[in-house]
Design a protein around this ligand. Sequence first.
Ligand SMILES: [Zn+2]
Length: 423
Amino acid sequence: MGQLLQLKESSTSIQAPPLCCCLVCESDQIQEFLNLGNTPLANRFLEPGRVGEPEPEFPLRAGFCERCHHVQLLDRVPPGAMFDHYLYVSSASETLTKHLHGLASTVAKRRKLRSRDLVVDIGSNDGTLLSGFARHGVRTLGVDPAANLAPLAQANGIETLTAFFGEQAGGRIRREYGPAAVITATNSFPHIPDLGDYLAGVERLLAPDGVLVIEAHYLMDILEQRAFDTIYHEHVSYWALGPARRLLQRHGLEVVDVERLPVHHGQLRMWIQRAGAPVKASVEKLESEEKGRRMDQLETYQRFAAGTRLIKRDLRRLLDKIRYEDKTIAAYGAPAKGMTLLSYLELGPETIDFIADRSPLKQGRYTPGSHIPIVPPERILQEQPDFLLLLAWNFADEVMKQQREYHKKGGRFIVPVPEVRIV
Ligand SMILES: [Zn+2]
């Protein structure tokens, strides 16, 4: 089925195992339901001097396992090619920062954390979540494979280990720091190709009464919102509660509570402990809701794919019409998901003049494959394009509030998902 795709320019020797079978249950009965074509890596933003050089592209296809119902990618890119150098910074979004600090307070309160307790964040990025925990006076340690992010975290006073988390890293942290009262993984769990090694690391590191808190984009929300652009190479898994529970149980872990959260475009927060801890009613309730929505049926995903093709058709038509009328279009936000949309719709600088993004790490660079320049948000009021396509549509409210002046001067927003609309 899938295969290991070699990246010529890969600067690391870490490679994912070939995808012969399901990431969760190892069955080979995975059915493809959506093909987004060959796309470049979503976070591989180009420096000006590198535009025009050959760029690696990889097939982007999603599939559904008929045995355990896990939704996953069918093709694999070596993780080192994606995570060595990472341009997405948690603190760039106010909404996300607020959310992560809220999570830290909730966990600290619920677990009654004390100063000697250790909190380890996997995929700690620039340390935004851990800086929330640090306010509660606990010991913190970040783990992230992106070498460029550790200095940012350390500048915030967050000690960070540059590594992929797995059995080895989990064992090392346990030896050097002791067991973790809390392990958090916000938005890194969908990235993990070798779930067995990852959870072996959790088993090594987690204190007997410790808690693992995972937040991941939730498959039910992806389906409801037609968020096809959540699909890109970094996200090898699209989690529902059912397959996650079955996977965790094999590692002696149990989902003891679940919550649905409105951040991003909808997230699932799972509270996980070693087997034997009491399980709240929320868990059975949500799993039966998943069944009610037929998330264990291939047809559900085929319908989602049809909706995705509809967005492509409608948005393409709208943008072509605007350009035909000699009006201008820029975009707001250069999140990784936006690269899926640009690439699937084959949009480039002939349609979109520029993309405004607040992250200084992205400004001055070009989008992978489509080569649209990324500029600071000030350019929007300077140029006042007729339309602003919201690639970060999950933060639409935040962006529209920031860009009130643009709207007042006659500018219009295009929200692409779940259906194309002009605001
Ligand atoms: Zn499976």
